[in-house]
Write a protein that binds this ligand. Structure first.
Ligand code: NAG
Ligand code: NAG
Ligand code: NAG
Ligand code: NAG
Ligand code: NAG
Ligand code: NAG
Ligand code: NAG
Ligand code: NAG
Length: 641
């Protein structure tokens, strides 16, 4: 007994870290700080955020061994009732942008039901509480009903159906037909469902009919036409980020000429969007185009950092100085399209597409990772300035971000974007990386992620572990402490399809009917939910940084201390003593994010669910003095006083 109590006394007297938070003397903090990067990577857009449920709806290309291809196929479509399906190029096509269609050949003498079904993007979410709508373009002779329905591959049940009445002849050319909206009678037991279009075979016996832009949408976020998936948009909304870079990433650059992201080929009717081979292994339909992205950003209340292509393809091919002007002109047209009033040429085009009010753009990022494949020299020599000069002359208040450090323009205030990937230990080591940074050049970290545990560097870990998220949290504390010049950060990637990319990192991952919220997601939500408007100086007594790391900020009503315990002590005898100078508050809110151990990961609900937990408690102290005890050796804590 004697020995036990004296040990306790000993522990309490030496282990304690005391943090004195000053009430003033800090810097103004960036109001953006936590944001998003959007690019279509591993079905972030098609088969992800974009609400289209059918895969290969417009026969725009395919994917072979993980490489996007312009080879057209009927992949993901399957015949029903003895018909055959083939890619066809006979005239007329639905548009010059979509010159390939699917032909259904119905054998002579057919009498039963014929048609085809689609596999979706790893199945379909069939939800009896939501509305759906199907549509398609068809050319050929048919008078009768088209039955459209979800079929469960697990139970064999028809989960929900609708129908379309058609009376058309091939002389009418292409006719678009919409089903009535329908609410399924049953919710699918899982995502293993298919979607059918079926016809009266006797009407079609011995004939061929043609299809393009077949489509099924579930009710979208904010009920937008051609909009985004509700559950995924909700996930982004709930994270409380402040900005989004779009369309960022390597996907904008394109795998090689001429497949960079062309804004003008992603707007208007879906039949006018050719799509292109994406960088990350599959064709992009471009159904989720510039206006859809801008609309989503607006609906989510996010500031936009517009990514523009700056003349570098991912294979290292670069547009020469002599040939760059048309690309600059195209960007200027894009800006008029987004920002011009309805009496400008491109502003009028936007208005005609249903967006009468100009958008607001305060940030433009010129390129993406322009140092890749030897892009540096041409970026500094002419590429950056060609775009900078034209945009700056027309829109002097827009901030122009460089993708290489240093910014080619050295005027104070010129900002840049650093992309940071590495293992967990590297992220811990980055805690103080911005402490000595120049205060002249504001920085975005518009892509970052701890991609592996400990000091491992081979491959990537799928869903991030608690240890990796704590390491990211330590890095973010370093950003927040320096948020006078660190404008914001965004995790790379924002969203990926779990079926396709279970083994690489993303903030959230989705299947057709589920969402995996990683611990990194919860970390960023916690930090974004508790953002101050200014930093506060902290004086530490008893220990320095590590294993506990911290950052203090304040808004007009509260002092906010963020703490990360990285393989440190727990329990009240090791509690951090916090003193908020000048505060007389006797209660504080303590929010904790942790999981059973450093290797814990979150998973899809159907695969075990989440290991991480967030707990909110009220802490009682005395006049600005609080004692914060960690419950986990890896834990992220926010104290709001
Ligand atoms: C405020 O910024 C200066 C650099 O301009 C830095 O030295 C100082 O640590 C910052 N203060 C806080 C509380 O972050
Ligand atoms: C659906 O189940 C079948 C086996 O019955 C399987 O081959 C297929 O991969 C499953 N599809 C999805 C999307 O789960
Ligand atoms: C449609 O029917 C007409 C005769 O009514 C025929 O001439 C034409 O070839 C048919 N079209 C197709 C695509 O079979
Ligand atoms: C599910 O799909 C598989 C493969 O396509 C098929 O063989 C099986 O019959 C289907 N099961 C049901 C219940 O539809
Ligand atoms: C879109 O703009 C690019 C660049 O100006 C141009 O090469 C392309 O032909 C345009 N596409 C269409 C469909 O007008
Ligand atoms: C529309 O924009 C043009 C070009 O910027 C400008 O000259 C014109 O005054 C604007 N019209 C209105 C009504 O704001
Ligand atoms: C200040 O931050 C705290 C903690 O996030 C929050 O609860 C409070 O609403 C914020 N106050 C203001 C005025 O924004
Ligand atoms: C870590 O926690 C997870 C649950 O999140 C558990 O499955 C695993 O066994 C634990 N590992 C160790 C080494 O304790």
């Amino acid at each position: 007994m004697m020995i036990f109590s004296s040990m306790l006394y000993f522990a309490a007297s030496v282990a304690a870290l005391t943090l004195n938070i000053a009430s003033s003397g800090g810097n103004q903090s960036s109001s953006l700080l936590y944001g998003f990067l959007y690019e279509d990577i591993y079905h972030s857009g098609d088969g992800g955020l974009y609400g289209e449920m059918l895969r290969n709806r417009g026969f725009q290309g395919s994917s072979s061994n993980g490489v996007a291809s312009l080879l057209r196929s009927t992949d993901y479509w399957h015949p029903v009732g003895g018909v055959s399906l083939a890619i066809d190029t006979s005239s007329p096509t639905v548009s010059s942008s979509l010159p390939y269609q699917m032909r259904m050949d119905v054998p002579a003498g057919t009498t039963g039901t014929v048609g085809f079904y689609n596999e979706g993007f790893w199945g379909f979410d069939v939800d009896a509480t939501k509305r759906y709508i199907a549509s398609f373009y068809m050319r050929g002779n048919y008078s009768g009903t088209v039955d459209c329905y979800f079929h469960s591959n697990t139970t064999g049940q028809v989960l929900g159906s609708t129908s379309v009445s058609i009376d058309q002849t091939s002389s009418k050319g292409w006719v678009q037909s919409y089903s009535a909206t329908f609410q399924p009678g049953h919710t699918g037991s899982d995502a293993n469902n298919t979607f059918y279009f079926t016809f009266d075979g006797s009407q079609l016996a011995g004939q061929s009919v043609y299809f393009n832009v077949l489509s099924v949408f579930k009710q979208t976020f904010d009920n937008r036409y051609n909009g985004v998936r509700q559950d995924l948009a909700d996930a982004l909304h709930n994270m409380n980020g402040k900005y989004i870079r779009l369309p960022g990433g390597n996907n904008m650059e394109g795998i090689g000429a001429p497949y960079y992201w062309k804004w003008n080929e992603t707007i208007g009717p879906l039949t006018g969007r050719p799509g292109r081979p994406g960088t990350w292994g599959d064709i992009n339909t471009d159904g989720f185009g510039l206006l859809e992205m801008m609309q989503m950003a607006g609906d989510l209340g996010l500031e936009v950092i517009l990514g523009i292509w700056a003349g570098l393809y991912l294979d290292g091919d670069v547009v020469s100085d002599a040939n760059i002007q048309p690309y600059v002109d195209s960007v200027m047209n894009e800006l008029e399209f987004l920002l011009g009033n309805a009496s400008t040429t491109y502003g009028a085009q936007r208005a005609a597409l249903g967006f009468p009010s100009p958008f607001t753009i305060n940030w433009i990022e010129i390129g993406n990772e322009d140092y890749l494949n030897g892009g540096d020299s041409s970026y500094y020599a002419y590429r950056f300035m060609a775009f900078y000069n034209a945009i700056h002359a027309a829109y002097p208040s827009i901030n122009l971000v460089s993708t290489i450090n240093p910014n080619p323009v050295t005027t104070a205030g010129s900002s840049l974007d650093l992309h940071i990937y590495g293992n967990e230990h590297y992220f811990v080591s980055l805690f103080n990386t911005f402490d000595q940074a120049s205060r002249q050049y504001p920085v975005f970290v518009n892509e970052y992620a701890a991609t592996n545990t400990g000091s491992n560097s081979k491959g990537q870990v799928g869903a991030q572990t608690l240890g990796m998220s704590c390491a990211e949290a330590i890095f973010l504390l370093g950003c927040e402490r320096n948020s006078d010049i660190i404008l914001g950060s965004a995790y790379g990637a924002m969203i990926k399809n779990f079926n396709e990319a279970p083994d690489t990192v993303a903030l959230i991952k989705h299947t057709a009917n589920e969402v995996l919220y990683t611990i990194s997601y919860y970390l960023q939500k916690l930090f974004a939910d508790n953002m101050g408007t200014k930093t506060l100086p902290v004086t530490a007594v008893g220990a320095g940084f590590g294993p506990v790391y911290w950052s203090a900020t304040a808004n007009s009503s509260s002092t906010i201390l963020k703490l990360v315990n990285y393989n440190g002590n727990t329990g009240s005898s090791n509690a951090v003593q916090v003193i908020v100078e000048g505060s007389s508050k006797t209660t504080a809110t303590l929010i904790s994010l942790t999981a059973p151990n450093s290797t814990s990961v979150n998973n899809l609900p159907s695969l075990g669910g989440e290991a991480s937990t967030i707990t909110t408690t009220t802490l009682t102290g005395s006049a600005g003095h609080f004692s914060v005890a960690f419950t986990g050796s890896y834990e992220i804590v926010v104290l709001v006083v």
